[in-house]
Ligand binder design. Sequence first.
Ligand code: AMP
Length: 289
Amino acid sequence: MSDPRPRAIASLPELRAAIAALRRAGKRIGFVPTMGALHEGHLSLVRASKAECAATAVSIYVNPRQFGPNEDFSKYPRTLEADLELLAGCGADLVFTPQDADVYPPGFASWVEVGAVAEPLEGQFRPGHFRGVATVVLKLFNLVQPDAAYFGRKDYQQAAVIRRMVADLHVPVEIRVCPTVREPDGLAMSSRNRYLSPSARQRALVLWKSLERAGEMVAEGERDAEKILREMRRIILAAEDARIDYVAIVDPDTLQPVETVQKSALAILAVKIENTRLIDNRMLGESGE
Ligand code: AMP
């Protein structure tokens, strides 16, 4: 049996009243920002919040300002009814589903621009993406006023950007980053996986296979990043129609490329399969998964 459906709140005054009531009751508020089309990855964040917080708020908002002009904003899956059912099943208390006009009031002109950590990788291939993400996440933090907020390691660079923003701007929110939830065969769960045809879904496994192979090579003693990267590219490009945006081995803190895998490094990639852009990553070395 599911819990009753959580309250879906679209209006800002209603949200403010609901948050004020939770605060008056002295409840610690956990927050999970999402774009909806929910899956187990999102639900794992809700469960992590519930384990630490008396109240859990989830936002569902497909933020137009983090999509580039040729990206999938208009076709991004929107499945609100199913999302609310799933959230009821894991006991979320409040679901915030704001409207564009409320998030971006007339005359809107203020942005959050995070520096170095937002520049490589996704920053190169999706110009303006992290500016949109950082801006909307700060807005959501200001509206929901959570004590803690939960993000997935699957979007590794995004979590790094949010951490940087929170530290730099003294935002009073604890940031938690939770493990990537995968399908049984290793594919990282993603709302975008539903774009894949059955055969592309199979080919998409090359992302995880290449990351696993990188982990194995490091465990076997390989330290030369370029050798590992060559092998990763070979595995990925064996899939018909796979196109690599980037495959990189980077310092887990700075996200700058490393030549040699020392104690730990992060393998991270973005690959298009059948025009669907997928991202994934894996720690290598001592802190490997
Ligand atoms: P999205 O709806 O794609 O914006 O994702 C919302 C949050 O869920 C982000 O913090 C993501 O990192 C996280 N997330 C997405 N997929 C996964 C996954 N497979 N495992 C863990 N967290 C995830």
